[in-house]
Design a protein around this ligand. Structure first.
Ligand code: ASP
Length: 577
């Protein structure tokens, strides 16, 4: 039999006169006299006020069961802020189910608490309203995604956790094998190769809410382990992938926010770079980058005799940014790779700014017109290579204009036509996505002719999904032919022997009738965080690691027994630090 009849937050005037039992934690208590106290009892639905007229020593976070009669609160005592604010439970019997130490931090959302302390006592932290809301929103996201994939005919397939390494561009977590001393499994950076192999295996449409592990430096938006919706389908093109993923994110968004996003717009990678200086543009605000190179065709100043001049205008920035702020931005621009940062304030009386002396009247007028800058605005210019100008102005734009995470609605955006390679190191191009991505059909020929930086001009059939300037996920149409895959490996500097050793199984599989296929994966932690308006993904993860990758509650990572090491055939070297 259940220990309760009702949930605290669900009682209302409709229950007046009923005898009920609620159970939960002591949220607050107000003691009026030895024989009269009011206790707010809390469960995951909310709180209810309980009138106690016996002597009960129930302190903060004690666990109680309270039986009594629901009655309307006296006039003037109604609390509009609470769902159950019109009623209270009176004539009560209180049973203390468990005592509790005083909580390690204040339980109310209003207070800022050190994150380490919260994580050390996460079981208490999870009782707080915000964590309850966030984790329940996350469960809705998972459930909506599952529903969306199932209704579109996707089959859930579980892929292994102990695998050989999959190259997704990060470091692997490895697990030593006891039975094969000296050998290691890797934990999956993603189920990438298994999902592709399941396509070769005729599964047609695969999905999984998959745990992925990457040994990367942690930031606010990263954890070593994270969850993603991982999907793959056969005989599809990019449009099909956009359609099934859009359905999943739309259903998830609607489940949490009640709003269904409109059809997701698209932008090519090239356009995103030119207009926003980023492959994950935050389109919630303007301040777009403008190419004004042509205005400086005749310039006499060396400063502007560069391949590209681009600028942004910050509306109202003239008064907002003082000298210190500008110096600070200039330092940042230099750190990001610029030689300097040109700026001027537009005023009715004329312009203010050091660099204006290097510009002719016509150039100044042209810049102002092109950037739409009027009195009170601030203009920033970067004269450099296209890559540097885009990157630096893109970062500057975010610094100056990015709205808080919970403002501006949900602006999903597909970024298409990613380059196949992101940089060339020692003559070897490095994949922008992963080595299994199909090149763009119009650029395949370039794979045989490209040299030096030309590699960077080859487009791929890879695409990203962006939400409010955050990369939610990526995917691509894959290579499904053994010869093309081997050629890409070769271009990446992976020779025939290494190909055979690391990816022989994949190249083999492609020889046994691999269908054309493509897929996608997006992060559930990040999506949930944005849907509930949290900057930090740890706020939507039940038991996250700290920024230094440890768990203050269980003390992971921690040393293991010498006997365990022996069994695994491992020896730990003394630390170098
Ligand atoms: N495996 C990729 C990732 O985890 C996604 C994909 O290409 O489907 O980012």
């Amino acid at each position: 039999m259940s220990l309760r009849t009702d949930y605290c937050g669900e009682l209302s005037s409709a229950d007046v006169g009923r005898t009920v039992t609620v159970a939960g934690w002591v949220d607050t208590r107000r003691v009026h006299s030895e024989h009269l106290a009011f206790i707010d009892v809390r469960d995951h639905t909310g709180v209810v006020q309980v009138v106690v007229d016996q002597k009960v020593d129930a302190r903060s976070e004690y666990v109680l069961a309270v039986t009594g009669t629901v009655r309307a609160r006296p006039d003037g005592m109604v609390n509009d802020a609470l769902a159950s604010g019109e009623i209270e439970i009176a004539d009560t019997t209180v049973e203390i189910l468990n005592e509790a130490e005083p909580p390690p931090f204040p339980m109310h959302d209003r207070t800022d608490v050190d994150e380490n302390i919260r994580l050390r006592h996460r079981y208490v932290d999870l009782r707080r309203d915000k964590m309850q809301r966030n984790l329940r929103a996350r469960a809705k996201v998972n459930s909506a995604i599952r529903g969306a994939m199932e209704k579109q005919g996707f089959v859930e397939i579980e892929t292994p956790m102990l695998i050989a390494s999959t190259p997704e561009g990060a470091r692997d977590f490895v697990v030593p094998s006891r039975i094969h001393p000296g050998d290691f499994y890797a934990l999956p950076q993603s189920p990438q190769l298994f999902k592709q192999l399941s396509m070769v295996g005729g599964m047609d449409k695969y999905y999984q809410i998959a745990r992925c592990l990457r040994d990367e430096d942690l930031r606010a938006d990263r954890q070593f382990e994270f969850m993603q919706l991982d999907a793959e389908a056969s005989f599809v093109d990019q449009e099909d992938v956009f359609a099934f993923i859009s359905e999943a994110v739309a259903d998830a968004t609607e489940a949490v926010s009640g709003e269904r996003p409109a059809e997701i717009p698209r932008m090519t990678w090239q356009e995103a770079q030119e207009r926003y200086g980023s492959d994950k543009p935050d389109v919630r605000f303007g301040m777009e980058l403008n190419d004004i190179t042509d205005l400086f065709g005749e310039t006499e100043s060396k400063v502007f005799q560069t391949p590209v001049v681009k600028g942004i205008c910050m509306p109202g920035g003239a008064d907002e940014l003082g000298r210190n702020a500008i110096d600070d931005l200039t330092d940042k621009a230099k750190r990001w790779g610029a030689k300097g940062l040109a700026w001027f304030r537009v005023r009715d009386e004329g312009l203010e700014g050091a660099l204006t002396k290097f510009m002719s009247e016509a150039e100044i007028a042209g810049v102002q017109e092109r950037l739409g800058a009027s009195s009170g605005d601030m203009v920033f210019l970067i004269a450099d290579s296209r890559r540097v100008a885009n990157k630096v102005l893109g970062l500057l734009r975010l610094e100056l204009g990015r709205p808080p995470v919970n403002e501006g609605g949900f602006n999903f955006l597909w970024i298409t036509d990613f380059p196949l390679f992101e940089e060339v190191i020692d003559g070897n191009p490095i994949p922008a996505h992963h080595p299994f991505t199909m090149p763009h059909p119009d650029d395949v020929e370039m794979l045989n002719t490209a040299q030096g930086d030309e590699w960077l001009d080859i487009r791929s059939q890879a695409y990203d999904l962006v939400l409010n300037g955050w990369e939610l996920g990526s995917g691509s149409i894959r290579i499904h032919r053994s010869d093309v895959q081997a050629r890409i490996f070769e271009i990446l500097g992976i020779g025939p022997e290494e190909q055979q050793a690391k990816f022989g199984f994949l190249l083999d599989a492609f020889k046994y009738g691999a269908p054309p296929h493509g897929g996608f994966a997006f992060g559930i932690d990040r999506l949930t965080a944005l849907l509930v308006g949290e900057e930090n993904i740890r706020e939507v993860i039940a038991f996250p690691k700290t920024q230094s990758g440890s768990d203050p509650m269980t003390n992971a990572p921690s040393p293991i027994d010498p006997a365990q090491l022996d069994e695994l055939g491992l020896r730990v070297l003394p630390r170098q630090d």
